[in-house]
Design a protein around this ligand. Sequence first.
Ligand code: FES
Length: 190
Amino acid sequence: MTDARPTRRTFLKLTAAAGAAAGAVVVSGSGAAQTATDPARAGDLLLYQDGPSKGKPVKTADLKVGVAVWALAVDPKTKKPRDATKGGVVLVKLASGKVQASSQPNAAGDVVAYSSICTHQGCPTKEIGTLGMGKGHIICTCHGSIFDAGDNATVLGGPAPKRLPALPIKVDATGQVVAKAGFTGKVGPK
Ligand code: FES
């Protein structure tokens, strides 16, 4: 498995590169109102954010249990990040049976996806499993917030005031992970 972990330097570069999109309202295929600044939408491709596989699609066959990968939600038409600042996604393949009922509607089998932007002060979440391999914890190393990947990113510890928004995902015919809808909540801190 390649290490697709975003470095802080990369994150800052991505942040600096982010454009300020206009706030025009559009309507998705499901009829839900979306704005031009939504960091992810239904149908978006998930492409590796960093590492040797940068820019390549995330495929479920390449994921290993308990190893997180980081991706960006990319507009399938323009092939550009929907929002390089807030469109970061952390994906985790959990052990069989570890995806709880709270996460199942948004998961693709054993694979779950969440915003990778911490809800405390907006750092990129970076680690998983450092409190015990296989526990499925997403950890923000900035101030130590811990989220339960199998339970809808519930906050297990640290200063984060709320869970990470989930990104509902599905797997297309080629095995590639794509967004089934936008994030389930506001990305980042309040
Ligand atoms: S920004 Fe993540 S714990 Fe503070």
